[in-house]
Structures are given as structure tokens and as C-alpha cells.
Design a protein around this ligand. Structure first.
Ligand SMILES: [Fe+2]
Ligand SMILES: [Fe+2]
Length: 286
């Protein structure tokens, strides 16, 4: 089934384009100078995507989305029902080369499983992008995917396409543009409002059922400015620093498992049904 184009509104041909862009940006062995090649000319769709993201992700916008979604009032779905629902986002114009959303999740989780990590981490890998159902609620791409960053304080120059923050209304609010902004030094990320997207949403959906390291993996997996570039340490607590070891451990599975062989979703389904039944209730509130 093709995605309704209205549901994935934005300059990216599909949401995967952002994931592919990030994977290319951090290709194993690639250095920082190559990283800078990713500009408007090389990736116009991605540049336009970030222009929109950096223009519209304000503190007020984030607070409104947290209010709208974090109390999980969107109804109940079985975990597998949510996967099937997410998979309706797949564009079937090129089914031979495009991985479905379930396949990306399963490649990530299978790579984690192959390395012998605990079952909760395999499950975290399997659900980490389920928050992209936000697109199916009609959220624009720039409010679903993309690198995440704190709002309500200065935007780090480690954030990709930083110059587009010139268009963000918060750039004109002096209180939000000091280093710490509305936060106390080293207050801990729990107190920090992150730009709205699929990370924060899946964290809220699953937080009651997974251990704390999984919370960090899910909630901050797109927080590249921090986990790849070391930005925002001044907001992180000692506990965050410790927990980011898990975020670092998780990231390569998300980025680099895509080249692996296509997983046999049908054959692996019983394993994942069991895994989800072990941790999740029959239905999750979304
Ligand atoms: Fe993601
Ligand atoms: Fe992912």
C-alpha cells in the first residue's frame, strides 16, 4: 500500500531519506571534512527539510506537541498492530530496493541480538522508530524525523545546517539564546525540552515497560549533536553522561545495519511476538 502523500508532507521523498542521509554523514571511517560536503547543492531535499525543521521547532511548538501527545490519548494498539500501521508509510514504487519500516527495525534488532545483547535491548532496537507513526497522524516530516536538539537555550553550532536557526523565532528571544537558556547548568536532560519528533514519542509510549538504559536509547537516538559531537554537556547530569554509554552503544546498530541482508519478517515474527509479550501489555497506549 502506498503512503498517502499528504501524510508524509515535506521535501523528503520519504522518511528513509533522512535516515540514509545521516548514515552517509557518519559513514564508518569518514572524516569531518567529508561531512561538510552535505550542503544545499549535494542534498537539496535534505537542506530544505532542515530549513523547515530549524525554522519551526520553537519552545512553544515543542510544549504544545508534548501536551498533545505525551499523555497518550491517541488510542490503544497492540505492539504488532502499531508496526503494521507504521508500515503503511512505505512507498511501494520501488519495492525491490526500499526496506519497509519493519525491515529496518528488524535489521537493527537482529544485529543487536547477533551480538548477544540483553533481550530488552533487542526489543528497544525493534521499536526504536515506531514513533514515526506521527506522520500518519498528519504531522509534517520536520516534526517527526531529523537530528534532535534542546529548545529554550542557544542552538549549538554542532547542529547540522545551523544557519537555518536564523529563521527560528526563538533566535530573537534573548532569554532562550544564552548558553543555558531556561535551564540550570547540568540540570539533567530529563528537565530539557527536546525538539519534537519520533524519539520523544516512542519513549513515552514504552517507558513503563523497559529499563532505564532503553529510555535513553529511544529518547536520544537522534540527538546527534550530543552523542556524536559532544554538544550540550553543560545541560547533562553525571547520570546522563553514564547513561549515554548506552546511547553510543545503540547508535551503530541504527546506522550501520541497513546494508545487511533483508530479514525474513515472516519467519522471525514468532520470536518478536514472544519478545513483545514478555515486556509489553497486550495493548500499548499511543
Ligand atoms: Fe529513528
Ligand atoms: Fe532507525
Amino acid at each position: 500500500m502506498s503512503a498517502d502523500p499528504k501524510l508524509a508532507q515535506g521535501p523528503l521523498d520519504q522518511l528513509d531519506q533522512w535516515d540514509d542521509y545521516v548514515a552517509g554523514r557518519y559513514r564508518e571511517g569518514k572524516d569531518q571534512s567529508e561531512f561538510r560536503q552535505y550542503d544545499e547543492q549535494a542534498t537539496p531535499g535534505v537542506a530544505e527539510f532542515y530549513r523547515l525543521n530549524h525554522t519551526h521547532q520553537t519552545l512553544d511548538f515543542v510544549l504544545a506537541k508534548e501536551k498533545e501527545y505525551c499523555s497518550l490519548q491517541r488510542g490503544k494498539r497492540t505492539p504488532w498492530g502499531a508496526l503494521d500501521y507504521l508500515n503503511t508509510l512505505v512507498d511501494d514504487s520501488d519495492p525491490d530496493t526500499d526496506l519497509s519500516q519493519i525491515e529496518h527495525l528488524m535489521q537493527t534488532s537482529e544485529a543487536i541480538r547477533a551480538d548477544g545483547h540483553p533481550r530488552w535491548m533487542v526489543l528497544a532496537g525493534f521499536v526504536h522508530d515506531l514513533g514515526k507513526v506521527l506522520c500518519l497522524y498528519g504531522e509534517p516530516q520536520w516534526a517527526v524525523v531529523g537530528d534532535t536538539f534542546p529548545v529554550g537555550c542557544a542552538f549549538s553550532d554542532q547542529i547540522v545546517f545551523h544557519k537555518y536557526f536564523d529563521h527560528n523565532p526563538d533566535s530573537k528571544v534573548p532569554e532562550y539564546q544564552t548558553l543555558h537558556g531556561i535551564y540550570e547548568p547540568n540540570c539533567g536532560l530529563e528537565k530539557v525540552h527536546m525538539s519534537w519528533g519520533h524519539d520523544e514519542y516512542i519513549y513515552h509510549v514504552t517507558r513503563d515497560y523497559l529499563p532505564e538504559p532503553a529510555h535513553y536509547m529511544l529518547r536520544y537516538h537522534s540527538f546527534y549533536p550530543a552523542h556524536r559531537h559532544g554538544a550540550y554537556r553543560h545541560l547533562m547530569s553525571a547520570h546522563d553522561e553514564k547513561m549515554f554509554d548506552w546511547v553510543h552503544m545503540f547508535n551503530p546498530y541504527d546506522l550501520y545495519s541497513k546494508g545487511a541482508a533483508k530479514p525474513d519478517v515472516k519467519a522471525l515474527r514468532p520470536y518478536y511476538e514472544d519478545l513483545m509479550a514478555e515486556f509489553f501489555p497486550t495493548e500499548l497506549a499511543w
